[in-house]
Design a protein around this ligand. Structure first.
Ligand code: NAP
Length: 428
């Protein structure tokens, strides 16, 4: 039995402040739950001159003040980014400290290695906050859903892009205007690349899919594509066709293969996921025993994220104060193979501008037909009489991605095709 559990907090930014505040304000509650007080012993920051609400003597700019301290049982890493966070986590577990992190980049890139290292040193590495912020996802996948064979995950796991897409859909505005608004409100960073290019969602999907399919998912396995090509008219046309557009993170298992991809997706507007708006996140999981389940809530922010971090800390501290060993590891299946994006089969929405004259549609359908892509509908949208061009929207039946990409390349060579404006995958 330990009489207190000592914590080294690395990072005191948005999330770190939330964690530190809650540890102070809820100290009595936590001590009751754990059976011993949780005490923040040291806090690592980069800039010692910043004004902070915590006790100044706790602050340090030297990571060794935490890593070298044998009294510190749990390291909470909320610095973010790959470096130096990866090195600190690695050193902490190697020195027998439990680690709780919110770092999706480190877990997505190095999770397999770090979890093995933690197991070797008989400590836990917990990362509930790394995907979905305040929404419990990691723990349900690691515990409550273990009896299921999970066949698919469809997730909206980036609040910034969901805010932008919601604005575009509801206010008929273009991507740049919606992004500017998100930046003004603090929902998007000054450099929004990681969010709008789908990288942030790709990290989170790699983490979730690994737990869902009990396999190692490399970041290179995750295909990702951002939202910047979407235009206001794609949302109008989607609506006319009964769809809405979301940046979906999709993981699917088929026999011993799995596919993991993040891209703008047409989804039927009556699906629950289609109604997830603004900065909210939602994760839909299909299990063979549970059927379809949906997790919904705030995927970011100081308080929701600290809820996930502190749940990990409390669980660890309960184990420690009761003298139990760290939680068991999920057993990994090494035989599963990632399917490249070229091999997936899905329906497509294709928006293009073509010369407004007879015979053009026949040329396009010939290209698609030769590649065995069958069309479910063609709609002529706007005609620009001065440019003698017309905009058409094609919806296909399920087709192989490789064939679709080849068709796009063949159509681009046609003299009558002025522009292929967008190709969006459809999930029915
Ligand atoms: N923000 C969210 O809503 C959210 C949600 C889910 C997960 N997360 C994850 O939580 C983590 C932290 O995010 P955040 O938004 O709290 O970040 P943040 O506001 O930028 O805070 C980062 C903190 O780490 C410190 N730091 C940065 N580099 C350092 C270094 N080299 N050495 C020592 N300290 C360093 C900073 O020190 P200074 O204070 O001195 O600058 C700051 O206190 C990230 O992994 C992020 O992905 C965040």
């Amino acid at each position: 039995m330990k009489d207190k559990i000592e914590i080294g907090l690395m990072g005191l930014g948005v999330v770190g402040v939330g964690v530190e505040n809650a540890l102070r304000e809820k100290a009595a509650d936590f001590a009751k739950q754990v059976g011993a007080p949780l005490v923040v012993k040291r806090i690592l920051v980069r800039d010692p001159s910043k004004k902070r609400a915590c006790q100044p003597h706790l602050l340090t700019t030297n990571p060794q003040h935490i890593l070298d301290d044998p009294g510190i049982d749990i390291v909470v890493e909320v610095i973010g980014g790959e470096s130096p966070a990866y090195d600190y986590i690695k050193e902490a577990v190697s020195r027998g400290k439990h680690v709780v992190t919110a770092n999706k980049e480190v877990i997505a890139k190095h999770g397999f290695e770090l979890l093995s290292l933690a197991a070797e040193h008989n400590v836990a590495l917990l990362y509930e906050a790394s995907a979905g912020g305040g929404i419990p996802l990691i723990s349900p996948l690691r515990h409550d859903l273990l009896a299921n064979k999970i066949s698919a995950i469809h997730a909206i796991i980036n609040g910034t892009t969901n805010y932008i897409l919601t604005k575009m859909a509801l206010e008929d505005i273009d991507f740049t205007a919606a992004l500017r608004e998100a930046q003004e409100l603090g929902y998007a960073e000054a450099d929004p690349a990681s969010d709008v290019e789908g990288i942030d969602a790709a990290y989170k999907l790699a983490i979730l899919a690994a737990l869902a399919f009990h396999t190692q998912v490399l970041l290179e396995d995750v295909y990702y594509e951002g939202i910047s090509r979407l235009a206001a008219r794609d949302f109008r046309y989607a609506k006319e066709l009964g769809y809405t557009v979301k940046l979906l993170a999709i993981a699917k298992r088929e026999d011993n293969t799995f596919q993991v991809r993040v891209h703008p997706t047409f989804i039927p507007e009556d699906l629950l996921l289609a109604k997830v708006n603004g900065v909210f996140n939602a994760v839909q999981i299909d299990g063979d025993l549970t059927g379809r389940i949906l997790f919904y809530g705030q995927g970011a922010g100081a308080l929701p994220t600290s809820s996930a971090i502190l749940a990990d800390v409390i669980r660890l501290a309960q184990n420690m104060s009761q003298g139990s060993s760290p939680m068991p590891r999920v057993q990994m299946d090494q035989t599963m193979i990632a399917k490249p994006i070229s091999e997936i089969e899905t329906r497509y929405y294709l928006r293009m501008t073509v010369a407004d004259r007879p015979g053009v549609l026949a040329q396009i359908t010939r290209v698609l037909g030769e590649l065995l892509i069958s069309i479910s509908s063609v709609i002529q949208k706007e005609v620009d009489e001065r440019a003698q061009s017309a905009e058409i929207v094609i919806m296909t039946h399920p087709a192989r991605e490789r064939a679709m990409q080849q068709a796009v390349s063949e159509m681009n060579k046609l003299e009558a095709v002025r522009e292929i404006s967008n190709l969006v995958r459809v999930e029915d």
